[in-house]
Design a protein around this ligand. Structure first.
Ligand code: HAM
Length: 435
């Protein structure tokens, strides 16, 4: 019988990749907490209508990409294709907005599902890390959110981080712009792809985002939304741009940037990491005014972004930023002989209790075999002892990087480990990404 295979567009995560993923999530969380964000978790499935209401009934996500099914109780449920709607739902349902300290600043990470054609950096199950800042709306909060996005990538070690930004304005600006867009595309409707022929009626902004070559060319001559912003929206965008300039954020205004989800108004942005391979945009986000109201909550604004972890990890590895983040074992125990092996258990337990990772081979072995195992485990130190040493309460602690060895006193194991193994960890701490 042929074995089972994973579902198309999904991946198994293990080994070095799994370690890197954990590390990246922890660095991103650390950064979000520096900006005073706290974690939130929402369910992986929601009522289908939540996404139809929030993300927009005529977006690609809702029209083509959702994993929707009926549960045994006949409810239509959808595996979340994005986080913002679920977070907004949680804010409304739990009345998190009833706080003196708005905005709420929430961060999250986890898996999402979109039925897309799998390809480079494109999966059907993928992961995001994202933030939402909800309940207050100021140009500063918009700028601060984009600053967090850019700084997070910088903090991970990426150096060329350039954001594309645009403003979709409020309803009045968008309605005026949509009219202009329709007027521009209308004479060409016969030449455009099927999707665009539909979009011109249902969602004209999406005409700017078509991937078909002919339509892409056509979109280049389209009017710019920036010419249709009402004064208030134009002024706000100007203020955001001024903040970003003051902050030294590297950005470029791209009037063609419209984003694929319908809840945006005002600032939108995307970041692609320039590298050997083009994974498309790694991060996207923007401001929304009507999302909470649309799903039955108070009309509160928000701004947020999400970064795709698979694309981020791929670029991180392409750039070699994962070097040095391999997991290392602190101490490999090497008892020589049966008796020493049995006497190892308290040493193993004490080493771990003191915060040092430690391993004992599954059964007694020769020193050479121990060393091979220690090498594969990338152990920093070997603790070597036979019956004779144990009787004297001694063992040899060998630094496997420097090939140096000291005799230590086992009755004082914790202090000996702190002195030799601990000091080494501290000195390596400084080499991490904070440069
Ligand atoms: P999005 O642009 O749809 O925005 O997704 C954000 C990121 O998720 C993308 O830039 C990409 O890195 C990653 N991503 C999307 N689809 C896939 C896929 N099929 N495979 C791998 N990675 C993918 C949102 O989801 C918004 N909720 C962001 C946001 C938060 N806006 C405001 N707050």
């Amino acid at each position: 019988m042929a074995g089972f295979q994973k579902v198309k567009g999904t991946m198994d995560v293990y080994g070095h990749y799994a370690t890197v993923k954990e590390k990246i999530v922890s660095i991103l969380s650390e950064m979000a907490e520096l900006y005073h964000y706290s974690p939130i978790e929402t369910p992986m499935m929601e009522s289908t209508s939540l996404f139809e209401r929030s993300t927009g009934g005529t977006t690609d996500v809702v029209e083509k990409q959702m994993y929707t099914f009926f549960d045994k109780g006949g409810r239509s449920l959808t595996l979340r294709p994005e986080y913002t709607a679920g977070v907004a739902r949680a804010i409304v349902e739990n009345k998190l907005y009833a706080s003196e300290d708005l905005p709420l600043k929430l961060y999250y990470h986890g898996p999402l599902f979109r039925y897309e054609r799998p390809g480079l950096g494109r999966y059907r199950e993928f992961n995001q890390f994202g933030v939402e800042c909800v309940g207050e709306s100021t140009p500063w909060l918009d700028a601060e959110t984009l600053l967090l996005a850019v700084e997070s990538l910088y903090y991970l070690g990426f150096r060329k981080v350039k954001a594309k930004i645009n403003s979709l304005g409020g309803k009045a600006s968008r309605e005026a712009y949509k009219k202009a867009l329709v007027a521009y595309f209308e004479p060409h409707v016969g030449e455009m792809c099927e999707d665009c022929q539909r979009r011109i009626k249902t969602n004209p902004l999406r005409l700017l985002d078509c991937k078909v070559e002919h339509d892409k060319e056509l979109a280049k001559g389209a009017p710019s939304i920036l010419d249709y912003l009402v004064d208030e929206d134009r002024e706000r965008f100007k203020q955001i741009v001024a903040y970003l300039q003051d902050l030294g954020v590297d950005f470029e205004v791209d009037p063609g940037l419209v984003r694929g989800l319908d809840y945006y108004s005002g600032l939108v942005f995307e970041i692609a990491l320039s590298g050997a391979k083009d994974y498309g945009s790694v991060l996207g986000g923007g401001h929304y005014d009507d999302l909470l109201g649309e799903i039955g909550g108070p009309s509160l604004p928000g701004v947020g972004f999400a970064v795709g972890l698979e694309r981020l990890i791929a670029s991180y590895m392409d750039e070699g930023l994962d070097k040095g983040s391999e997991t290392r074992l602190d101490v490999y125990l090497m008892p020589i002989g049966e008796e020493a092996y049995r006497a190892s258990v308290p040493l193993l337990v004490e080493t771990r209790l003191n915060g040092y990772s430690a391993e004992l081979a599954p059964k007694p072995a020769k020193l050479g075999a121990y060393f091979k195992r220690a090498e594969r485990a990338k152990a920093r130190f070997a603790l070597i002892y036979g019956d004779e040493e144990l009787k004297k309460g001694k063992a040899n602690l060998k630094d496997l990087d420097k090939v140096e060895q000291v005799e230590i006193d086992l009755s004082n194991l914790a202090a000996e480990l702190d002195a030799h193994v601990g000091r080494k960890e501290e000195s390596e701490e400084g080499e991490h990404h904070h440069d």
